[in-house]
Write a protein that binds this ligand. Structure first.
Ligand SMILES: CC(C)(COP(=O)(O)OP(=O)(O)OC[C@H]1O[C@@H](n2cnc3c(N)ncnc32)[C@H](O)[C@@H]1OP(=O)(O)O)[C@@H](O)C(=O)NCCC(=O)NCCS
Length: 218
């Protein structure tokens, strides 16, 4: 069975850390690239002296022109089956971050995902993302009060199953989007949003409830 599985690696650059990546993946060889993932023109690397970073990619996924950079240790990216990720940028800073992209999720073009401070970004199954979307779980810099206490801690991002995110959205730290939601173009999200909501605007507000969507133009 294993022998029948095809791995397509075309013009990928596993820079610097790539040895570490492969070394790590060998440990999980049954999971890593357990399918015919198509990897084309990607750059996957880590900054010098970083270690134990992993990228696990599922069955039939298509990853192309994507840059993944690790600036830290023990970080994990898991991409499910039938995922499409084209022209994406994934940047990880600090240690023990987790990024997961569920089965059948499609990210069309120029998606940026930033995970920092040991937090996670979990994206469900069957999601659809338009172009030029940014997802981040930290502001990257600190806002502090007069006592020196930080006011803007990093927080996990969770995007449920079957969520459609329109073009140009910004999904910020602490966002939690329920299943079957639709997010209108150019919206900015920062909060918890109930399942089956139509979310629009900046900041996003629920403009309809108990909705669903279909990838087909029915
Ligand atoms: C949200 C969207 C899907 C429309 O859904 P809809 O059910 O037809 O919603 P409506 O057009 O009736 O709009 C509902 C309300 O949200 C507002 N609204 C719609 N889209 C909005 C947006 N992107 N930002 C802010 N407000 C928006 C409407 O003005 C309306 O406001 P009102 O209730 O005060 O009149 C659509 O406007 C959108 O953003 N499409 C972009 C899809 C996309 O990016 N596709 C790329 C391929 S993945």
């Amino acid at each position: 069975m294993k022998q029948r599985i095809k791995h397509l690696f075309l013009n990928n650059k596993f820079l610097n850390s790539c040895y570490t990546l492969f070394h790590h993946n060998k440990i999980h060889s049954g999971i890593l690239l357990r399918s015919s993932a198509v990897l084309k023109n990607n750059k996957i690397f880590q900054i010098k002296n970083c270690k134990k970073n992993s990228v696990l990619i599922g069955f039939n996924s298509h990853i192309q022109n994507t840059i993944i950079v690790f600036h830290g240790n023990d970080n994990q990216i898991t991409i499910g089956d039938n995922v499409s990720l084209i022209n994406a940028t994934i940047k990880i800073f600090d240690d023990k971050n987790i990024i997961r992209i569920g089965n059948n999720t499609k990210m069309s073009n120029a998606i940026s995902i930033y995970s920092l401070e040991g937090h996670s970004i979990i994206i469900g199954t069957d999601c659809l993302f338009g172009e030029k979307i940014e997802i981040r779980n930290s502001d990257s810099h600190s806002i502090i009060n007069s006592k020196g206490i930080r006011l803007n801690p990093a927080n996990d991002v969770v995007i449920g199953n079957h969520v459609w995110v329109g073009r140009g959205c910004l999904i910020l730290k602490g966002t939690n989007i329920g299943n079957n939601c639709v997010v209108g173009a150019n919206s900015i999200l920062t909060k918890n949003y109930n399942e089956g909501s139509l979310l629009v605007g900046s900041p996003a507000k629920c403009s309809n409830q108990n909705i669903n969507w279909d990838i087909n133009r029915i």
